[in-house]
Design a binder for this molecule. Structure first.
Ligand SMILES: [Ca+2]
Ligand SMILES: [Ca+2]
Ligand SMILES: [Ca+2]
Ligand SMILES: [Ca+2]
Length: 416
C-alpha cells in the first residue's frame, strides 16, 4: 500500500520537512496555538471538534471541545472494532474575554456521567449549540460515527438532559451517512433552525426545518452543491457563516483530506465554487509548533477570539506527534505482521479488484480523484476500508514503535 510507504517515509524523515509554509495571508494576519498552563493544549485521544461559548454564566466564553474518546461504549467490551465514547470537555476561561486562559477541563455530564456520542474511526464528537425549541436555552448538538444527530437540552442547573436522536416526520432517524458532523442555523431566514450536516464520505447536506418555533420537523436532507456544475462539497466539517458580510450565509469548511479550509459564497442561486481560505500544501508536515503546519481532519468554529470586532477562525485538528525515535530493528516486521491489519488489508484489496472491473485507472491513494466509471458506492466503500487501514496502522505504529501519539490541537487564525 502506498499509504504505508508514505507513512514510513514520514517516520524516517522525522515527520518534518518544511520546504513551504501554510498560506493564509489573504484573510488572516497571524495565527497561534491554544495553550493550557503555558504549553500546547493537547487532547490525547486524537481528532477533535470545537466551539466557544459561556458555559458557566460568568460572562466569559469557555472552550468546548468534543473528542474522539477512548472509553468504550457500554456493551463494546469485547468488540473487535469498538465504539468509544466521544465525550465533550469544557475548558473554563480563567483569563479575560479578550485573552482567555485555560487550566483544566470538566466533562459535560448527563445524570452525573459524562455525556457522549458513539464514535469509531475518523470523526470526533463535534459540539454546537442553538435554541431549536424557542425556550431561550440553546440545545447541544453533535453527529456521530453512524450518522445520527444527537441533541441534549440544558436544564436550569446547567445539567444536560433529554438526550435525543433527531427523527424525520416518518419516525426514521435523520441520517445522511457515516462520520457525520452537524451545524445548526437558520439558513433561509424563516426563524426556524435548520441543520447543515457533513458526512466524511457522502458530502454536505442540509435539512430544512418546517416545524414551529417550539417543535421542530425536518424534511429529508438534501445535498448542498457548489459552482455552476453543482459539484459535491467534500468536507470534514462545514458551518454556515456570512464570510463576506453581504447578509447571506456562506459555507466555510475543512477539507475532506489534508488540512485546507475553504469557503463557498451563498448566492440567490446557490453556492459558488470553493475558494481557499487556508492552504496547507502537501509537503508541509503537521506539527505541534508555530512554523509547522496545522493538523488534519479540520473542524472549525468562527468566533472573535481576541475581541477586536473581527471574527476569527478557530481550527481543531489532529496531529500524529513524534514522541521519540526508538524504532527497534524489528519495527517494520512487527508492523507488517500485525493481525489487526489483515482484515482491512484484505478488504481494501478485494474492493480494488472490484473497481478494476470498471477501469484500469484505479485511484492511486485516497486523495486521488476517482475515475468516473467506478460506481460511487463502491469507491466510497474502498475509501472507508483505506481509512480504516490507515487508522489502525497509525494506532499500531504508536503502540509498536512508541514513536507517535495522536493528539488534538487547536489553532486560531486571526482575521485581518
Ligand atoms: Ca464562562
Ligand atoms: Ca430556517
Ligand atoms: Ca455571505
Ligand atoms: Ca478577532
Amino acid at each position: 500500500m502506498k499509504n504505508l510507504l508514505g507513512l514510513i517515509t514520514l517516520i524516517c524523515l522525522g515527520w518534518n520537512s518544511g520546504f513551504t509554509q501554510t498560506r493564509y495571508d489573504k484573510y488572516f494576519s497571524h495565527c497561534e496555538i491554544l495553550q493550557l498552563n503555558d504549553s500546547v493544549l493537547k487532547v490525547n485521544t486524537g481528532c477533535i471538534g470545537v466551539t466557544i461559548r459561556d458555559m458557566d454564566g460568568d460572562g466569559k466564553d469557555d472552550l468546548v471541545i468534543g473528542e474522539f474518546g477512548e472509553i468504550r461504549c457500554p456493551g463494546q467490551e469485547k468488540a473487535k472494532k469498538p465504539y468509544v465514547q466521544g465525550r465533550c470537555r469544557v475548558y473554563k476561561n480563567y483569563g479575560t474575554s479578550t485573552r482567555p486562559v485555560y487550566k483544566d477541563f470538566k466533562w459535560l455530564e448527563e445524570d452525573g456521567q459524562p455525556l457522549y456520542v458513539p464514535i469509531t474511526c475518523c470523526v470526533p464528537m463535534t459540539p454546537s449549540f442553538a435554541d431549536m425549541d424557542g425556550d431561550g436555552v440553546p440545545e447541544l448538538f453533535s453527529g456521530c460515527y453512524d450518522g445520527e444527530i444527537y441533541t441534549w437540552k440544558q436544564d436550569e442547573n446547567g445539567e444536560f438532559t433529554d438526550k435525543k436522536i433527531i427523527l424525520l416526520a416518518d419516525g426514521s432517524p435523520l441520517n445522511i451517512g457515516h462520520a457525520a458532523t452537524v451545524f445548526p442555523g437558520d439558513v433561509d431566514g424563516d426563524g426556524l433552525i435548520d441543520l447543515l450536516i457533513t458526512s466524511l464520505y457522502d458530502g454536505v447536506f442540509w435539512a430544512k426545518n418546517t416545524g414551529t418555533k417550539e417543535v421542530y420537523c425536518f424534511e429529508e436532507a438534501e445535498p448542498v452543491v457548489c459552482g455552476a456544475e453543482g459539484k459535491k462539497i467534500e468536507a470534514n466539517h462545514a458551518v454556515w457563516y456570512d464570510w463576506d458580510g453581504d447578509g447571506r450565509l456562506d459555507i466555510v469548511y475543512g477539507a475532506h483530506f489534508g488540512g485546507n479550509v475553504y469557503w463557498c459564497r451563498g448566492t440567490e442561486k446557490g453556492y459558488t465554487e470553493p475558494e481557499l481560505l487556508i492552504e496547507r500544501p502537501d509537503n508541509v508536515q503537521p506539527g505541534v509548533e508555530l512554523g509547522q503546519g496545522h493538523g488534519d481532519k479540520p473542524k472549525l468554529c468562527i468566533y472573535d477570539y481576541d475581541g477586536d470586532g473581527k471574527d476569527d477562525l478557530v481550527l481543531a485538528t489532529e496531529v500524529w506527534e513524534s514522541t521519540g525515535n526508538e524504532i527497534g530493528p524489528d519495527f517494520f516486521e512487527k508492523l507488517m505482521n500485525d493481525e489487526r491489519l489483515m482484515e482491512p488489508r484484505k478488504m481494501e484489496k478485494e474492493l480494488r479488484r472490484k473497481m478494476a472491473k470498471y477501469t484500469d485507472n484505479l485511484p492511486r491513494d485516497k486523495n486521488s480523484v476517482p475515475d468516473a466509471r467506478i460506481p460511487k458506492k463502491l469507491y466510497e466503500k474502498w475509501l472507508e476500508a483505506t481509512n480504516e487501514f490507515d487508522d489502525r496502522l497509525q494506532r499500531i505504529m504508536a503502540e509498536v514503535g512508541g514513536t507517535s501519539e495522536n493528539v488534538g490541537i487547536i489553532w486560531v487564525y486571526y482575521r485581518k
